[in-house]
Design a protein around this ligand. Sequence first.
Ligand SMILES: [Ca+2]
Ligand SMILES: [Ca+2]
Length: 227
Amino acid sequence: MNRATRLNPLDDAAPWQVSDVLVGLPPRVRERRDGGCAVHRVAEKGPVSAALENEEGFAFVTMGLGWDPEALRWLGGKPDIDLNAAALLFTGDSIADVVYHEQLASQDGAVRLLGDNTTGEGEGDDELITVDLTRLPPTVTTVCFVITSYTGQPFGQIQNAFCRLIDGMSNTEFARYELDGGRGSTGFVMGKLFRSAQGLWLYQPIAETIQAKHPVEAVHQLAPYLP
Ligand SMILES: [Ca+2]
Ligand SMILES: [Ca+2]
């Protein structure tokens, strides 16, 4: 794997040099640019600071999630691996709506999960969530993107697990997280889109692991990232 596109939020031994890190970014989340895509990785613990993408604001964003089944699983009776992408909508710090495998669209239709993949079979994105920020009601102030392992395997046991965000206006990937570490974590908080004081939708990376096999279990764990 190309180191430039590698993200291992759980393994601080992953190769990373100070020279790779853009100067001036807040310490909580470090960032580097690679072909126009910001690749994020957790740095030291501390308060979350903004590292904003696209300061002109987003209008349409797609979240992609991919992973692969365990190799030779049919020989050893290994169970399927079912990861789930979720978008959690908040009004302030109160949950307003959730889009995930049991609810494929938000009430207003602005956020949609384009199908639940339960095995990870196939190349590329195995699950996609589309977000039309222009259609969200003004009461929705934050959209958090979360990955959970429904069948309980921690990310460290899952092959080729990644998640990413794509700007629908320019069709460019602006954030990617590769979950090739994992230890015992079953949940991952990618980041959040939020309304700025000027009314623009901006992106703030979070890149935190949590324990959550179901998006509902993640809700209370998102409190530190809400206003
Ligand atoms: Ca799934
Ligand atoms: Ca796959």
